[in-house]
Design a protein around this ligand. Structure first.
Ligand SMILES: [Zn+2]
Length: 137
């Protein structure tokens, strides 16, 4: 199933497109930690407890995107402890990372549609997606 349909299905199931509300409903722990300058977040599943780790140095928009990206790993790749989402993820050719980024974008877009005259960039900003990831749309 494509990432877009998966994201929409998740939104309809949980009644929200907030990665943090969905994580709470699915009993996925969200932890904020100082992960240094280069790491945005990562996903782990230890003793069957899924956990999203987010760098507490990120601004809100980046933390939200990281939450959506790591939630994507939890949904799409639940048994894999994912590699870190690094600053240079934009250039990553890793299949799991690309899937997680596409899923995150469609989750944050939710059921919103571009308005007349709105550019792709304006639309994606309105949905809370950092520019670094616009090419995954
Ligand atoms: Zn990732």
């Amino acid at each position: 199933m494509k990432e877009r349909e998966k994201a929409r299905e998740l939104i309809l199931t949980h009644g929200t497109n907030s990665p943090f509300e969905i994580a709470a409903q699915k009993n996925i722990v969200v932890l904020y930690e100082d992960l240094g300058k280069n790491i945005w977040g990562y996903f782990t599943c230890t003793n069957r407890i899924p956990c999203i780790h987010i760098n507490n140095r990120l601004n809100y928009m980046r933390a939200l995107f990281t939450g959506a990206h790591e939630l994507a790993h939890g949904i799409l790749h639940p048994s894999i402890n994912t590699p870190f989402l690094r600053r240079n993820t934009l250039f990553s050719v890793d299949k799991l990372e690309r899937q997680a980024n596409r899923f995150a974008i469609h989750l944050l877009i939710g059921l919103k549609e571009p308005e007349a005259g709105e550019t792709r960039q304006q639309f994606l900003f309105r949905c809370g997606i950092p520019e670094l990831f616009h090419d995954f749309y």
